[in-house]
Design a protein around this ligand. Sequence first.
Ligand SMILES: Cc1cc2nc3c(=O)[nH]c(=O)nc-3n(C[C@H](O)[C@H](O)[C@H](O)COP(=O)(O)O)c2cc1C
Length: 248
Amino acid sequence: MKKGILILAVVSGILGACTPKEKGETPKVSVGNQIIEDLNSRYTSKAYDKTKRVSPEDLATIEEVLRLSPSSINSQPWKFIVIRSDEAKQRFTNTFKKYKFNTHTKNASEIILFANKVHFSKEDYKKRLDASVAAGRLNQKGYDKQLEAAFGFAKMVADENGNNGHWTKAQSYIALGNVLHALARLNIESTPMEGVDTDEIQKEFAKELGDDYECTFALAIGYHKDGKDYNRKLPKARMAKEDVIIEL
Ligand SMILES: Cc1cc2nc3c(=O)[nH]c(=O)nc-3n(C[C@H](O)[C@H](O)[C@H](O)COP(=O)(O)O)c2cc1C
């Protein structure tokens, strides 16, 4: 055996004999345990360290999680405005006239505004179907069928003026749930915020939102400030399983 191959064989033999911990790996836990650990470890942060920033790589993952979120009839009736620069953060802070208790989030690494379309129209849905055709998911026959049948649902939940904002808003909460778990996985802290001023955001971010999108909640992300984040130390509090789960 050549010398190089012999060394390689010895080293891999030693590593093979090590436990995962000795090798510097995390011990294998079941996927179920991992999920529960993620959900137990995540919490709503109340103080951010403004010197710590989410890496561009993690931010790209987060943006992809938002984009990949599922929605009714694949409507994707949302826009996510990712506030990163100091200037954009200042614009966001300017909107906190009513909900001052959330101003701590100005020290977060990013703030994501979740916006939903107020009148999700047939024209909007056609763009989604065009994307399905481009992805090879739908042919022309399927396109026509979906436009009638699936869009019929969006029409059904709209009022007489075509306002289906309550339904599109519900879709954006799915993206919120999705990203909260992904953030826990990435060990990034977050603060979901319904305590935001929709009207003020509409004024401040009119250009980015466009005229038929409303933002009713936001999500701050980043890293907690050591010793300042009182929520970090508190135990998780949830209703008991028997109060909320019914197995039949
Ligand atoms: C949709 C939504 C809106 C929330 N709005 C706010 C908010 O405006 N400000 C805040 O500090 N926390 C807000 N929270 C955080 C909740 O109070 C928190 O998730 C809840 O108490 C459970 O605690 P945990 O997230 O630490 O597990 C919100 C959470 C959700 C899911």
